[in-house]
Design a protein around this ligand. Structure first.
Ligand code: FAD
Length: 281
């Protein structure tokens, strides 16, 4: 079982995030993307989980499959709000039995702004549950450079994040476009005595419309000039331009001391390959 905690630190990591495909066609596309990205020897990959219904089941089957059949570690995103302790314990048992060694412990969002229900309210409670599981999972958590939308203020956001990270191995950030946001987050955590690795999440803007929507939900500031330029480009040129901008951001983050780069792939390989190639030169 390959634990992400064990691959952090030796050299900057390069990791890729996917979402669970909705049908057989999308699954085939994901498998092709995984084949293409395998050539880059990723440090690890992760798979998001949807809310409710079969959200966790689909994530579990893909992550188990990658852990069994690919030579790099896979991490399952696991959300806790709306779930009982026993349901989460069963999921963790299933992950351990499937040879999955890495969990990204998340609160998740209640559907359509409804009240938070279930046995968990915050991600740190899930971190405790994952830590207490006998499998010895490596545990990551989410960080929000521009402050989580539910946070009362910046100070409490950082205090809760530092407390959560103290129990975890590393964090991965929400996407952002200004490297100063990442530097400020790291400085604020250091001021609180927190020095755990925080891996910046980088989003190549291959689908500006959808990414604008995600940014609205996450409190991520959209650089209007850059987005307007991408929106005006035809698809192939847009992918190349998005990859170039994401590579520049990644380079700046690595030069500022980031422990690695986590790329939001949207299940496509083209931009990620271009970014990885420019980072090598
Ligand atoms: P928390 O750490 O619980 O924070 C949520 C809010 O509660 C923050 O405002 C925090 O400051 C506050 N808080 C924390 N602890 C306390 C406390 N003790 N007292 C008072 N307030 C507190 N969502 C999905 O549904 N599926 C995914 O696969 C997924 N993957 C993600 C991957 C990454 C890298 C990131 C950055 C986010 C991801 N999300 C995903 C989104 C995430 O679930 C949402 O942002 C969610 O609203 C918050 O999750 P969290 O784990 O940061 O929560």
């Amino acid at each position: 079982m390959m634990r992400i905690a064990d691959v952090l630190g030796a050299r900057p990591t390069l990791s890729f995030e996917f979402f669970p495909p909705a049908d057989a066609v999308a699954r085939k596309q994901l498998d092709e993307t995984l084949d293409e990205l395998s050539g880059l020897a990723p440090s690890f990959v992760s798979v998001t989980c949807g809310v409710g219904g079969d959200g966790h089941d689909r994530t579990r089957s893909i992550v188990a499959d990658i852990s069994r059949n690919r030579p790099f570690p896979a991490m399952a995103h696991l959300t806790c709000v709306g779930h009982s302790r026993s349901a989460i314990a069963t999921l963790l048992d299933d992950y351990a039995a499937a040879g999955v060694a890495n969990i990204l412990a998340l609160a998740g969002d209640p559907p359509d702004g409804s009240a938070i229900s279930g046995d968990f309210r915050y991600a740190y409670e899930l971190v405790e549950a994952v830590r207490n599981h006998p499998a010895g999972f490596s545990v990551g958590v989410a960080a929000h450079p521009e402050v989580h939308p539910r946070s009362a203020d910046r100070r409490s956001d950082r205090r809760h994040l530092a407390a959560k990270l103290a129990q975890a191995d590393f964090a991965i950030t929400q996407f952002f476009f200004d490297p100063a946001d990442y530097a400020r987050l790291c400085d604020e955590l250091a001021d609180l005595g927190c020095h755990r690795p925080v891996i910046p999440g980088v989003m190549p803007v291959i689908w500006p419309k959808s990414i604008r929507r995600f940014a609205d939900m996450n409190n991520s500031t959209v650089p209007e000039g850059l987005f307007a330029r991408f929106e005006a480009l035809p698809p192939l040129e847009r992918i190349a331009a998005a990859a170039e901008a994401a590579a520049e951001l990644s380079q700046a983050l690595l030069e500022a001391g980031a422990p690695g780069i986590h790329l939001y792939t949207l299940n496509r390989s083209e931009a990620s390959i271009q970014i990885a190639e420019s980072l090598r030169h």
